[in-house]
Design a protein around this ligand. Structure first.
Ligand code: GLU
Length: 490
């Protein structure tokens, strides 16, 4: 049986995009599901736009997501090098072969000449393309061009009148005609291979069995298939996965949310949640299951459950999934996640004291249920820090103005004063005692205390709020809210 080898082949021209991450993930899942290997190949032949920084960002983002590869520029492997700019001699050797077999040729046309050709085709109502003018140049003609300082490109000679069929594992058979293509450049005048050429050489020599990539490359595939044939390579399987659209059905862009993976890590998303969300962009398991670990997804993954129709990037769904993963995390993990955001907001010091550490842990437990992302912690903090609070509504105000409020708050203050340290587990019994002693219902005790401490009718549980605020702040807040409600308390 053929060994399953897939690849993720990013161009390092920017940070890892969410669409690229989805392609990488589908390749990873396919490899893992079939006992195969994932190869990371860096397609850096666009020298101007490629950078080491982007390459590092891409690798770092993949690692963050938990997408691990078996061979790559950092790991090596039997079919390296895995960076295209380090493979130039390989392309060069094969270009000479194509040239000597008459399957490729040098072209000296200038940009102006090419433009004139394209226009001529357009005027005839045909697809603008190269007209093959340099296909049969004599060595004398070539010398003349060279003597004028023209640097040639190498063009592939496209066979005429040929039907090219892609047996796509996602899209079924897709048919193209060779006639509309025109002889295309495989080596640029600076000697660097074009994408369509290098990708074929590498996929073939790296023994890639399945090319799984974004739908936008479907139209490149006939050009690639012609090159496989010309070079005598056997074809891999192709699987083109659908585009990712925004909720408004336009192409995914910054308007629809963060576009790079690193932004999601910076916003406090969990990699497990992002992976879960990405897997569902164009793939679905058989049943209703949606919250799935990468291991579980791997067990279920197959290309025949990958949809042809575009996937919709729904930010609300990602937030929903992330919230579930936060709720499933340990309190230590949540504390670790929220800490950088609290530090950045200046709510704890950079050298965390043991007291602050305890405080952060309390906050993490108090708010774990309320967070969709770790960064949201900061928005929730105004309930928990600062002296100035405002009673949120007339309804809340009326609750403080109830006759029972002064006695509730009085007893609360007394009982609190009797505690040396405030621990969450001591608060519930304390509040219970108040209900008993004053013969009031739970709501008549909890609600006024909550409002007098936070100004709000809803929020995290009081047994956390109280230790987080601490006695000092509680005193100040009770006085402030009582004043706002026009109540005299002693
Ligand atoms: N370097 C190409 C890209 O980033 C790879 C496309 C492919 O997978 O063939 O779009």
């Amino acid at each position: 049986m053929q060994e399953i080898r897939v690849r993720f082949a990013p161009s390092p021209t920017g940070p890892l995009h969410i669409g690229g991450a989805r392609s990488a993930l589908f390749n990873y899942l396919f490899a893992k599901a079939n006992g195969g290997k994932l190869i990371l190949r860096v397609e850096d032949t666009d020298i101007e736009r490629s950078s080491k920084e982007s390459e590092e960002n891409i690798m770092e983002s993949l690692r963050w997501l938990g997408i691990d590869w078996d061979e790559g520029p950092d790991k090596g492997g039997p079919y390296g090098p895995y960076r295209q700019t380090e493979r130039l001699s390989i392309y060069h050797g094969l270009t000479n072969k194509l040239l000597s077999e008459g399957k490729a040729y040098y072209c000296y046309c200038t940009e102006e000449e090419l433009e004139a050709q394209r226009q001529a085709f357009s005027e005839k109502g045909e697809l603008p393309r190269y007209n093959g003018q340099c296909y049969n140049l004599t060595s004398q003609e070539k010398e003349t061009y060279e003597s004028k300082g023209r640097k040639p490109v190498v063009r592939f000679h496209v066979p005429v009148n040929k039907e090219i069929v892609i047996n796509d594992l996602v899209r079924g058979d897709v048919v193209f005609e060779s006639d509309g293509i025109g002889d295309y450049v495989i080596v640029k005048s600076d000697g660097l291979p074009t994408y369509n050429y290098a990708v074929v050489v590498d996929d073939a020599l790296m023994r890639i069995s399945h090319v799984i990539r974004a739908e936008e490359h479907l139209s490149n595939t006939p050009r690639q298939i012609l090159l496989y044939e010309a070079l005598g390579f056997s074809l891999p399987y192709f699987a083109h996965i659908s585009l990712i659209l925004g909720k408004d059905r336009s192409k995914m862009s910054k308007r629809h949310g963060a576009t790079s993976v690193v932004q999601y890590s910076e916003l406090g998303y969990l990699p497990e949640a992002v992976v879960n969300f990405l897997a569902l962009l164009g793939w679905s398991p058989g049943g209703e299951e949606e919250i799935m670990s990468i291991k579980r997804i791997t067990e279920q993954f197959s290309l025949d459950r990958v949809a042809k129709s575009p996937a919709v990037f729904d930010m609300d769904k990602l937030r929903w999934i992330n919230g579930i993963y936060i709720r499933q995390s340990s309190k230590e993990k949540v504390a670790e996640m929220i800490l950088p955001f609290l530090m950045k907001a200046g709510l704890v010091s950079d050298n965390l004291s043991s007291q602050e550490k305890k405080w952060v842990e309390l906050i993490s437990v108090a708010l774990q249920e309320h967070l969709a992302t770790a960064s949201e912690i900061v928005e929730h903090m105004d309930i928990l820090v600062g002296e100035d609070i405002i009673i949120e509504s007339q309804e809340a105000m009326a609750i403080l103005q109830d006759d029972t409020f002064p006695s509730v708050i009085q007893l609360f203050k007394e009982k609190l004063a009797a505690l040396r340290v405030l621990n969450p587990e001591d608060i519930k019994p304390l509040l219970k005692e108040i209900t008993k002693e004053l013969k009031l219902g739970g709501k008549q005790v909890y609600m006024p205390i909550r409002i007098s401490l936070t100004g709000r009718m809803h929020g995290p549980e009081l047994n956390y709020i109280i230790p987080i605020l601490g006695k000092e702040l509680i005193k100040i807040r009770i006085e402030s809210t009582a004043k706002q409600a026009g109540i005299n308390i002693v």
